[in-house]
Design a protein around this ligand. Structure first.
Ligand code: NAP
Length: 303
């Protein structure tokens, strides 16, 4: 039985993924800033600033999934917050790398989260593919550094996979929970022009892709984790309102209001690129929820 160590495994994706991995018979442990070893999924402590990881976590890991990172869209992007967003992904990845290198046990695979923000928030008809260059903005730069720190594992002969993730739709939190709340209150309007694309993925599919990346030795390099169905913010809000049986009567939220509230972070709210799922499909992954209708039926309509 393999042991999978998940950094940031206490978060939205990590919690769901841990359950799925346990169901498949894997042993799971997480790396967390708060240690708690006396539970079903033990949390080993690490401290990125002090360059410390509980040795046992690395010594017992067969595979590592690196999800840790300060939330990107939670707070305004001050200079300090931006540095934390980068360091919590890049310095943390470097720390894991240093400890894996020191350790004698050979890791089978290192899988890192990344984000579709790699391509930038650009509203055009172009559909971005994995070989496209990174955007010249804060999130593009963050993703570039994040993925580069993952690439170092290849130098140790460890298979490395990077999962460029779209907006994760889940019942347990994240973007969908916030959108459901606003639509239910009758204030869930399209944002700005509403024409920006919102590449999304059902959390079950994202976990399915992580598990495939773990088990399929042919998977290497970067894969976009987005559903094949391209939807704009306007389409998304309309489908959601219909599923919740709520009217959409307010006008779009003006771009200027979003810019005032969110500052430079408004870029990722008001603009959005289309991102391709062709490579992950070609790898053999079959989406459980390929279209937004079926995903929202599962997440919003089903109890
Ligand atoms: N959810 C999405 O829509 C989405 C979309 C694209 C990409 N992603 C990426 O996928 C990964 C997982 O997403 P998620 O939604 O599960 O994230 P999440 O719920 O915010 O959880 C991330 C975890 O990272 C750890 N963390 C937070 N701040 C940290 C810091 N300053 N230093 C070290 N660790 C820190 C936390 O674990 P502890 O508190 O236990 O330390 C937290 O549970 C993230 O890297 C995220 O950027 C997510």
């Amino acid at each position: 039985m393999l042991t999978i160590l998940i950094s940031g495994g206490t978060g939205l994706v990590g919690r769901h993924l841990s359950v799925k991995l346990k169901e498949k018979g894997y042993r799971v442990a997480v790396l967390s800033r708060t240690s708690n070893k006396d539970i079903d999924i033990p949390a080993f402590a690490w401290d990125i600033e002090k360059n410390q990881i509980d040795r046992e976590a690395i010594e017992t890991a067969d595979c590592i999934i690196h999800l840790a990172g300060a939330a990107i869209a939670e707070k305004r992007w001050t200079a300090k917050r931006k540095q934390l967003i980068i360091d919590s992904r890049v310095k943390s990845g470097q720390l894991i790398f240093d400890k894996v290198k020191e350790n004698k046990n050979k890791l089978k695979v290192f899988i890192s989260a990344s984000a579709i923000g790699y391509y930038g928030a650009i509203s055009t008809d172009k559909i971005f593919v994995e070989t496209d260059p990174p955007a010249n903005d804060f999130i593009g730069e963050t993703c570039k550094l994040w993925e580069r720190s993952a690439d170092r594992f290849e130098g140790l002969g460890i298979r490395t996979v990077k999962i460029r993730t779209g907006i994760v739709l889940s019942k347990q939190g994240g973007a969908l929970e916030k959108m459901v709340a606003t639509v239910k209150m009758g204030i869930g309007s399209p944002l700005g022009s509403g024409k920006q694309y919102m590449p999304w993925i059902h959390i079950d599919d994202l976990c399915g892709i992580y598990i495939k990346a773990l088990e399929d030795s042919q998977m290497k390099g970067v894969y976009n984790a987005v559903a094949p169905d391209h939807k704009t913010n306007m389409e998304y809000v309309k489908i959601l309102a219909r599923k919740l049986k709520k009217p959409l009567w307010l006008p779009n939220v003006p771009s200027i209001a979003i810019k005032i509230i969110f500052g430079s972070m408004s870029e990722i709210i008001l603009k959005g690129s289309r991102v391709s799922s062709e490579k992950i499909k070609a790898s053999g992954y079959k989406f459980l929820f390929p279209d937004l209708e079926s995903a929202l039926t599962d997440l919003v309509e089903k109890k």
